[in-house]
Design a protein around this ligand. Structure first.
Ligand code: AMP
Ligand code: MG
Length: 336
């Protein structure tokens, strides 16, 4: 299959490009497009055959459900029902934006979207290209991250191409995504909302609107959000995560590993080692900068043939909690 790459304006998406992409969605094909979080791989959420293509292209396990994207309340009501007052209040505050709500599913949604669950995860993205595509296609679009399953999520069109070239019909290249990590996933089917995946919208922000929010750490909650079980977000190199290391330990760890292999480092503390087998990517000491650049940095070090990537952790508060969640899943070794 030929993959068409279209460079599209993120502020004023060209109508003819949107029309071409929407036509592909309408006839059951796959289009990758930018959202404010990461690039999504979209298919018509009401078309079972189209949705199955997403799982094939990504190599995604079929028991890991997808997020459905909508551009209006009318579209929301085509996929979900029995929407509570708390859910309404959350939408009012955070949509369009990086908050996914798990709701009761309507029968018309392609069954594979929900992987056999009675619920459906829905969000309204805050991105002009994504919204224009949804409007033009006039159908809810199921879209997981546009990467090969288990790889770091894509934050540029080049990342999508790297993983899915020849497997999808089109990529809308709207430049790098702004937030860089995936949406917060919140189950609002019960009385107390349950956080299934941390993200840009923090529990503190959610609590201001709905009061108590429960953290899903119990195993049965993990089962309710199957995606949280799998190895995820991982580069080819193995990842050593130093959650809270002193600068000397960071340096020492890299020097030790360099005795045997090529080493990449992603850190907020500068480390200088004079060895051509060592590549360091320096991030700002901020959760937002980590969120925006961490996946791209992992891919860059893979390109560099690093055998191991050492990552310096950040404070796990606010958005930092979401960043550390992803890093812990990516890591094969964690030093706390
Ligand atoms: P991704 O699309 O790759 O960002 O992953 C979507 C995330 O949403 C995964 O962690 C899924 O397990 C989760 N998810 C999607 N649908 C549901 C659902 N109906 N119930 C619970 N979690 C869901
Ligand atoms: Mg994903």
């Amino acid at each position: 299959m030929k993959t068409t790459l279209l460079q599209i304006n993120a502020e004023q998406p060209q109508a003819d490009f949107i029309a071409q992409a929407a036509a592909i969605i309408r006839r059951g094909g796959l289009v990758a497009f930018p959202t404010e979080t990461v690039y999504g791989l979209g298919a018509d959420a009401m078309n079972e055959a189209a949705v199955q293509k997403i799982f094939q292209a990504k190599g995604r396990p079929s028991d890991n459900p997808l997020i459905v994207h909508v551009s209006s309340q009318a579209m929301l009501h085509r996929v979900a029902k029995e929407i509570s007052a708390k859910a309404e209040a959350l939408m009012e505050k955070f949509w369009p934006g990086p908050l996914t709500l798990v709701l009761q599913r309507r029968e018309a949604v392609a069954p594979t979207v929900s992987a056999g669950l009675h619920t459906v995860a829905v969000r309204m993205p805050h991105h002009k290209i994504a919204l224009a595509l949804l409007e033009q296609a006039a159908t809810p679009i199921a879209a997981p991250s546009a990467n090969t399953s288990s790889r770091p999520s894509p934050t540029t069109a080049a990342h999508v191409l790297e993983d899915l070239h020849g497997r999808i019909e089109m990529i809308l290249d709207g430049g790098p995504t702004n937030i860089g990590i995936e949406s917060t996933v919140l189950d609002v089917t019960g009385d107390v909302p349950v956080m299934l995946r941390p993200g840009w919208v923090t529990p503190e922000l959610l609590a201001e609107i709905v009061g108590d929010v429960q953290q899903a750490m119990a195993i049965d909650e993990l089962k309710r959000s199957p995606g949280t079980r799998y190895r995820h977000y991982s580069p080819r190199a193995r990842v050593v995560l130093l959650e809270n290391a002193a600068p000397e330990l960071l340096q020492q760890t890299c020097v030790e590993l360099l005795k045997n292999e090529r080493v990449g480092l992603i850190s907020k503390t500068p480390v200088f080692i004079d060895d051509f087998r060592f590549t360091a990517i320096l991030l700002a000491d901020s959760a937002a900068d980590y969120a925006r650049r961490i996946y791209s940095a992992m891919r860059e070090l893979d390109e560099n043939q690093a055998a191991v990537i050492v990552i310096e952790g950040i404070n796990a508060t606010g958005v930092g909690a979401a960043v550390m969640d992803r890093l812990r899943r990516a890591a094969s070794t964690i030093h706390s």
